[in-house]
Design a protein around this ligand. Sequence first.
Ligand code: 6PG
Length: 245
Amino acid sequence: MNNPNLNVSINGPSVARAFADHLVERLNEKREGPFFLALSGGSTPKLLFKILADDYQEKIDWKRLHFFWGDERCVPHDDSESNYGEVKSLLFDHVPVVMSQVHAVDTTKSPEEAAKAYGELMMELLPRNADGLPILDLNMLGMGGDGHTASIFPTNMDELLTDKRICAVATHPESGQKRVTMTGPVLNASEEVAFLITGNSKTQRTAQILNNEHGAENFPVAHIKPTSGKLFWFLDLAAADEVGY
Ligand code: 6PG
């Protein structure tokens, strides 16, 4: 595979730094106005948030950024499981973001009501594509070992990859935890999707999907291909070990 949108770095921190530099590039390319960025949860993004807080204070015009989440756990924002809570403590408390531009999922509502309200908020705040779907400038996603992304799992992908709703309620297949997730069509409406994938627990799945090997279609990540936008991969050496680049 000769993929110009594939960035391989030595380890997790260097993947985070490569993505942070990419974010700066994209902000500079979209010279002015708001920049609509969606974040994901999990361990890889933690590295990114720390590096942004430590080293990108001056490199990013924080007041341009509007933050969204590709998925959120249906827990209070001060719960250790909260994706919003993770970013607030690691990043928002350390850089001059405009908190009125931080659009968290309202997890005080029931999962169904939170998903509906979040979809309405996205429709209100974001530009729309020809299909009437909200467009994010940059949608940062991760991949679980089972090939899930956001909270679209192999168990619910048949529904969520083609769902007409903007956001939906998903149930984690192991923990049973309820989550609000952007649906497949919304992820694919993004101007750009960037996957950050690290660690040897992802090696096989990453290769299967990036090399388009037999069975790749069974995993949600393989179905995330922006309709008219760009698709980038930020991998560490471990995750990329069997990718033919
Ligand atoms: C979440 C994430 C989820 C995550 C993957 C990868 O809320 O858990 O959005 O989709 O991106 O599980 O997580 P790691 O980077 O921790 O492996």
